[in-house]
Design a protein around this ligand. Sequence first.
Ligand code: PRT
Ligand code: MG
Length: 232
Amino acid sequence: MPGLNFLSGNETADMKQNLTIALSKGRILKDTLPLLEAADIIPAEDIFSSRKLIFDTNHDNIKLVVIRATDVPTYVEHGGADMGVAGKDVLLEYGAKGLYEPLDLDIARCRLMVAGMKDAGEVEGRMTVATKFVNITKEFFARQGRQVDIIKLYGAMELAPIMGLADRIVDIVDTGNTLRANGLVPMEDICYVSSRLVVGKAALKMKHRQIQPIIEQLAAAVDARKERSEQI
Ligand code: PRT
Ligand code: MG
């Protein structure tokens, strides 16, 4: 292949480096795969019907790992994966310094909110807040100079005020149906959440030539998806 002669030895090696992308399983995954496909990264088998954790793709050197959303920043920060997809909620809670966030994928959109029982009045004295987002919650109230006691839960936060475990919860709200169904109402908005592409610092340095075109193709896929949804 005469074309390859234009590349230095280093660049040729660079193009062939293995690249691992960590995907959040669960609700983010089904919106992530079409974006990857638009960037010409296609899993070699159906991820949803497999029990595998690592998947080959249509590229010899690109692999996908499918893991819990909360583990994605850990893998990418420590180089277990070169890049990944995770919710902004998960990234804020993890607080990673070793991660670049080059692209908002505009999928799995929702909000982080403080919520409480519909008929709950003002809390007198110190407020108790149940959440799985302990760091985000701490920071949100600290910024306002409000002291709260935080109770860490791993799921079904809505139950905590009903059972008298907490005055408030901090949780993700999309349609608001889950809150309503449990007699809760949104009270304060913390932040907007969507899924982001993250890249590890080491990967960005060592595999820049491979990663940059993928970011660009994903960005184009995100724009195309936005345009389509605006036309509807
Ligand atoms: O379930 P598991 O503990 O394994 O992990 P996970 O809960 O982190 O995964 P998953 O797949 O449930 O969610 C992954 C990511 O999806 C989150 O980190 C968010 O970035 C994003 N996302 C978007 C959501 C929602 N929308 C959402 N609606 N995550 C959770 N919800 C839940 C929310 O917790 C609440 O119970 O849906 C309920 C609220 O929805 P509404 O429509 O009733 O308001
Ligand atoms: Mg869940």
